[in-house]
Structure formats: C-alpha cells, structure tokens
Ligand binder design. Structure first.
Ligand code: SER
Length: 479
C-alpha cells in the first residue's frame, strides 16, 4: 500500500468500527497560544480527554497534519521530518486496551500487510512511588494477538533507554517493559515531566524492525527504544486514564480514554520495506523532481535533498493553513524553512529560483485528499515564490559582500555587519563562509552577541532621547 491508500484505508477501517471522521485541526492551533503549531492529533482534543462531551461522539478518528519545528535540526536522517501526518483514533470513555491493541494490530497486519514477525511492542513497567501499576494487562493482550498469528512473544524487563542500550534484545523477546521516561505519555514527554492538570497515562508503543544491519552500533545494542535505526516507532497507544494534580500526584480520571497516534509516513515506509521515509509516495516525487532539476542523485546528496523536500512540504502546508513568512512566531519558522531550503539548493547548484517547479509537485500530492490544498494551490505557490524572490536578492547581496572576506578570518563583528547591513542571516554567513573556504573565528557567536547587545543599547538610548521619533528595538538580527 502507498501512503495515500494507507491513510484512506485507516479512516475507512476505523469508520467501519464505529468511529466518526472528524475535521482535522489547523496547523496553527485555534485559541491556544501554548504552542506555535499543532504537533499531534490529540492536541485539539484535550478538553474531551478530560471529560467534556465531543459532539461527534465517543469514537473519533482523523489524519492530522502536524508540524514539529523543534525537530528541524534532526531532519536529514532517514526518519525525521518537521511536517508529518498523524493517523489518530480516540475512545472517549468507550473501548479500552483490548479493542485498541487488536484494532491497530489488525490494521497493520491484515490491512496494510506488514509482517507480524517484524512488529515489536513496548509497555509501561509501573511506578511504585506514584502507585501506578505495571501494565501486565496490555502485555497479555499483545501475547494473545501475536499467538493468533502463530508467534510466541516473550516479555522482557528493560527499564530505561540506557538499560536497553546495554542489554539489547534476546531471542524470542517481543514485548518490552520500559519506565516512565519511555512508556508514559504526557505533553511533558515523560511521567516525571507531566504538566499539572494534564491528562496522561501509560502507553504501548509499536515498532517496526528493519533488521540488524540498520543498527548504528554507536547507539549501543538494538532494542525498540534505541535511536540506533534498527527499530522505528510507527504508532503509540496512550491509555489516558490519569490526570496530574497540583501536588504532583496522579488521580484516575472518571472516564478512561484511548489516544492513538500513528505516523503515516513511517507506516508507509514500513509497508514498502524501506527504513527511509523519503522513499514513500508522499515524498519521493519531490526528491525525484529535485534530482531532475539539479541533475544530481539522491544517493550523493541524500541529506540536502531530504531537508529541501521536508522544508518545502512543511512550508506549503503552512501556507495552505494561512501562515505567511514574517519575522515572528509561525511566520518566522516558515521563513526559516524556506530560506534553509534555498541555501541547501544553492549547494546543489540551484542558483536560480526553483520553488515554482517544486511547490506544484507537493500541492498535487495532497490536492485529492485535502480539498483546501487544491483550493489554495495557486495562492500558495505565489506566496512561496514571492518569499524566494525576496530572499534571493538578500542572498546575492550577502554573497557578494562575503566574497570580500576571502583570505581573511570572518569574525563575529563581521557576521553582525553582514546581518545588519545586508540582512544576511548569521547562520547563513557562517555556513556560506565555510563553503567558500573562508575561515570563521571560533568565538564568532560571543562576539556577534556582544555587537548585537551594543546596538540594542544604542537604540534604547536613541529611543529615550526621542530622537526624531525613531523607533527603538534591534533590527533583524537574522534568521
Ligand atoms: N498523544 C500521542 C502522541 O502524540 C498519541 O496520539 O504520540
């Protein structure tokens, strides 16, 4: 199955199990300023997980486009993307562990066609201090569903991720117990980090095994929660049955919920047996177009092409949801994505504008499934192309100025000057200098910060004097 078929058959399957397909949330959360972007399917459902009645009922499903800007520096490897779709289903006080585990396993094995031998799962080990039991119930359900496929799934007690890195997986083991750093879901990322007032609970995560040849040994021995590459998380079933109280303790919610989130791109990668999400049907056409445009191969330029494809896809969806490039908040993240794509394209020899060739490819990948993408296609292309034009001018001016430093060492004060007079973002100056073989002073960051602070102090002084009504504040210190 390709990604499009996986998304549609997931929603159809959940509908056949009594779920209502709800409208996705916009990438910029409505009426919630706690985060810049919607980073999971459950984010807009928090009030319902805490007990409010949802108008669409107790069984809900959707595919939620998400942006995780905090992952921007991880993009370039085989699995991280700033934009992704999360397949979601929820039981609001309706079914619980057994139905959820069977439902997801059936979807993966009987509908998508994954080999159950390659599926590994994790459960919560328990937390004595907070009186939360070990999730033997989930483990027993997993044993039953694996047994129905003729697989004897042994249980292993791991603990922390580091414990697993040292221990690895032993033959026959398929169900792994981890602690509250791994198998507890809260918006704070762990049991200890659960924000006060938030719903939370133990989770059971599902992993796909690509085989031992994919493990990077520098991460230690392979086990599901390792970051080494052999195992990739493809879904997370949260048994949301607690809420954290003011005193830090956990109380049981009146209603037990299920919050399931699955990575569409990752399930699609497992379905084609590739550990590289960029090989799936929603990303590969972008890479193919980049290969055509640059005349270079993905094999040689893997990381740059991944970043360009991811960033332009993310920026396209942001534009669809009404974000426009700017110097603050969501608009700033969007600008960063676009500028980074342009800079990397430069290193692939793309010195001319190219968004007009790539953005339509991206829009067309989503136009059939997301009518809002089809409806805003031309406007989105225009928004991105406009930003490309304006950054291209900045880039050319800055590169010209940078060329003067050939044979010298670029200092923090120089970087500041380039940013102040040419609007040339600081990371760009440094990256481009290195690419051009210009030495960069080790302490450039400290010196840059100092120059920025001096300028702020000057401009504060100017504001106090009210000099000709000039506004205070520092000019754009770069992206
Ligand atoms: N809340 C869980 C997650 O974000 C499942 O939806 O992974």
């Amino acid at each position: 199955m390709d990604a499009h078929e996986i998304r549609n058959s997931y929603l159809a399957f959940l509908q056949s199990n009594g779920h209502t397909v709800i409208e996705r949330a916009p990438l910029v959360p409505r009426g919630d300023t706690s985060t810049l972007f919607n980073g999971s399917g459950m984010q807009s459902l928090l009030p319902f997980l805490l007990g409010a009645e949802h108008p669409a009922g107790k069984r809900l499903t959707d595919s939620q486009p998400c942006v995780r800007a905090q992952d921007i520096d991880d993009v370039g490897d085989n699995r991280h993307t700033t934009f992704f779709e999360m397949l979601g289903n929820w039981s609001l006080g309706d079914y619980f562990k057994e139905t959820q585990i069977r439902q997801f396993f059936t979807f993966l094995v009987d509908i998508v066609g994954l080999d159950p031998q390659k599926i590994y799962v994790t459960c919560f080990i328990g937390d004595a201090e907070n009186g939360i039991p070990r999730d033997d119930e989930a483990a027993a359900i997993w044993q039953t569903v694996f047994a129905e496929k003729g697989i004897t799934a042994e249980v292993a007690e791991i603990g922390s991720q580091a414990d697993g890195d040292a221990r690895g997986v032993r033959p026959g083991e398929r169900i792994f117990f981890y602690d509250g750093g791994e198998n507890w879901w809260s918006r704070g990322g762990s049991l200890a980090g659960t924000p006060i007032g938030d719903p939370c609970g133990p989770d059971s995560e599902v992993f796909y095994d690509f085989g031992p040849e994919f493990q990077d040994a520098s991460f230690g021995l392979a086990h599901p929660a390792s970051d080494g590459g052999q195992f990739m998380e493809i879904g997370n079933q949260v048994f949301m049955q607690y809420r954290r109280l003011d005193d830090g303790s956990f109380e049981e919610l009146a209603r037990r919920n299920v919050d399931f989130g699955g990575g569409l791109e990752r399930i699609a990668a497992a379905s084609i047996g590739s550990d590289d999400v960029f090989r799936i049907s929603l990303l590969w056409p972008i890479i193919a177009a980049l290969q055509n445009l640059t005349g270079r191969s993905y094999e040689d330029e893997t990381s740059s092409m991944r970043i360009i494809a991811d960033h332009l896809r993310g920026a396209t969806f942001l534009a669809v949801d009404g974000v426009r490039p700017s110097n603050k908040e969501q608009g700033y993240v969007m600008r960063r994505l676009l500028r980074r794509a342009i800079r990397l394209a430069l290193s692939l020899g793309l010195t001319e504008n190219f968004f007009a060739e790539i953005v339509p490819v991206i829009a067309d990948l989503y136009a059939d499934d997301y009518p809002e993408v089809a409806a805003s296609r031309d406007e989105v292309i225009a928004v991105l192309v406009k930003e490309e034009n304006s950054f291209r001018r900045t880039l050319e001016g800055g590169l010209l100025a940078l060329a003067d430093y050939q044979g010298q060492t670029l200092t923090g004060a120089d970087v500041f000057r380039l940013s102040d007079t040419h609007g040339f973002p600081k990371e760009l100056s440094v990256e481009e200098a290195r690419r051009l073989g210009i030495a960069v002073a080790d302490d450039w960051q400290a010196e840059f910060a100092l120059a920025l602070e001096e300028q702020r102090a000057r401009s504060r002084g100017a504001t106090r004097l009210g000099a000709a009504g000039l506004p205070g504040g520092a000019p754009g210190a770069g992206a």
